[in-house]
Design a protein around this ligand. Structure first.
Ligand code: B12
Ligand code: SF4
Length: 443
């Protein structure tokens, strides 16, 4: 049997000269869950062409919301040739009926357990149209993702490892809880360390939504990482600042920077977004504490929450510049299906654009409450223009925060964000007028 696993393109011209930031992690996982006698190929359209004429028996496509229209286009092209298609991932999980119109089977939620069953059913000629499990898979004893199938040189950060899934918070705009649940599920620390060792690399990213969610478990992990002499980046919430021992272990295990959902400086906006980890915190003081431990912060902000006005957006931008964050991203609030924000905006008839390919967090697809859509777009553009002006980059670059100065890493990150987002630029989305784009050469 031959299976082709595909990550569809979500925009055509982003990241650095044809590289994309990280690999589509779901595909190597699906490949690892596939019996060894099956021939598996993997195509990431963000870094190379997808050949819709490929001779295969089954196609599996992974889709987020922004890539859903392209996923459907590719699915339709294969199905027109009689090749059955399975759709899974964030978007099909939230919109199974829509996805089902372009697929022979839709898998809702996590693949582990369900993909194996689907393949058995397929082998017997009995694949079902929908696979859905209310039980979340255990993360113990998972096979190593088949990274050997990836074109690793095409990624800026090719080595991404997940150590846990799920999140106990339920921020109104976030797709994580609806897909992975509100309970953290951890992989055994020793299995994570083994996976890190197996990569044989010195720099990597942890893709967990909150690697410091359980400080006790995080400390165990970081202690075991120290001998590996790594440099790593991760994501986490500001609760880490309360625990000096944790921060010290992060630094010693090689943490260079943390991507943190700061979201807004407005307490009203944070409360409306149910951004639990940030409520009641002195953001400025907390950021200083993280910086004092030698860690950079890449701040993630969202503009367009119901309490946001142009003044709130400007204040948030100025805060990010004043705190000399190593980098920041300024997303436009985007109502991803399955999230409370989506339900709210649909109920209030405030969705302006139902075209999923625009759901990149760079477009205004809804009617904001505290400003016009044009003002919101302008605030985002202004934020990127000012934060990534050469003067601002220089001022944030040459900061000494203990340890090594990280100037090169900061420069690369800032120039990349600058290139992608300045000038109110929104990376072009993939055309999805029913045509399947001619394969592009691998760049
Ligand atoms: C790393 C990451 C990225 C990377 C790599 C993305 C990638 N292709 O994997 C980069 C930087 C490129 C990226 C880009 C974007 N991202 Co992103 N990203 C993440 C992050 C932090 C981890 C993704 C990951 O590796 N998860 C682990 C893997 C294993 O999970 P998974 O892909 O969902 O796969 C599991 C199941 O869904 C299922 N499954 C998935 N595909 C398939 C296919 C089949 C056939 C089957 C059977 C099962 C199956 O099985 C897998 C294993 O259980 C997530 C947050 C999160 N917790 O997931 C956000 C997240 C997925 N990203 C998000 C967003 C919004 C974006 C961007 C629009 C943002 C932007 N402007 O940069 C783009 C859009 C990209 C796209 N393809 O459309 C949102 C998605 C919301 C949505 N509904 O679409 C998330 C959830 C963040 C959030 N908190 O809201 N992202
Ligand atoms: S934004 Fe972060 S803290 Fe909030 S629900 Fe999503 S993963 Fe959890």
């Amino acid at each position: 049997m031959r299976i082709l696993l595909i990550a569809p393109a979500w925009r055509t011209d982003c990241w650095n000269g044809g590289k994309t930031l990280t690999p589509p992690n779901a595909l190597p996982i699906l490949a690892s869950l596939t019996p060894p006698d099956v021939d598996v190929q993997l195509m990431d359209e963000n870094v190379g062409a997808v050949d819709t004429k490929a001779e295969v028996d089954l196609v599996g496509i992974s889709s987020m919301t922004a890539s859903a229209p392209r996923a459907y286009q590719i699915a339709d092209a294969f199905r027109a040739r009689g090749v059955p298609v399975v759709l899974g991932g964030m978007h099909p999980t939230a919109m199974p009926e829509e996805a089902g119109r372009h697929a022979d089977a839709v898998v809702m939620g996590e693949a582990e357990g369900q993909w194996e069953t689907l393949l058995e059913d397929f082998g017997r000629g009995q694949m079902k149209p929908l696979y859905r499990s209310d039980e979340r898979p255990s993360l113990e004893g998972l096979p190593l993702p088949r990274r050997d199938l990836l074109k690793r040189s095409a990624y800026l950060l090719p080595n991404m490892i997940h150590t846990a899934r799920g999140c106990p918070h339920a921020c109104t705009f976030c797709s994580v809880t609806p897909v992975f649940g509100r309970k953290y599920r951890f992989r055994p620390v020793d299995e994570v360390v083994e996976e890190v060792r197996s990569l044989g690399v010195r720099s990597l990213g942890f893709g967990d939504d909150n690697i410091v969610a359980s400080p006790a478990r995080a400390k165990q992990l970081f202690e075991k990482l120290i001998p590996l002499k790594l440099q790593w980046v991760g994501q986490g919430d500001l609760s880490m600042a309360k625990d000096p021992e944790l921060m010290e272990l992060m630094r010693r295990s090689g943490c260079v920077a943390m991507f943190v959902g700061l979201e807004s400086t407005s307490p009203e906006s944070l409360a409306l977004a149910h951004k639990q980890p940030n409520l009641g915190l002195d953001l400025s003081e907390t950021i200083d504490t993280v910086h004092r431990h030698g860690l950079d912060i890449i701040g993630s902000f969202v503009f367009g929450l119901d309490a946001d006005t142009p003044e709130v957006c400007t204040a948030t931008l100025e805060f990010a510049m004043r705190k000399k964050l190593a980098a920041a991203q300024f997303a436009v609030l985007t109502p991803f299906p399955g999230t409370p924000v989506y339900e709210q905006l649909v109920a209030e008839d405030r969705i302006l654009d139902p075209d999923w390919s625009k759901y990149t967090m760079g477009n205004v697809v809804f009617k904001p409450r505290g400003m016009s859509p044009a003002e919101l777009a302008a605030e985002r553009a202004k934020a990127y223009d000012r934060f990534y002006s050469m003067g601002s980059i220089a001022r944030r670059m040459l900061v000494w925060r203990g340890g090594h100065p990280k100037v090169l890493l900061r420069a690369a990150t800032n120039l990349s964000y600058r290139r992608i987002n300045r000038g109110g630029r929104i990376c072009s989305t993939v055309p999805h007028d029913g045509r399947v784009a001619a394969p592009r050469p691998v760049r």
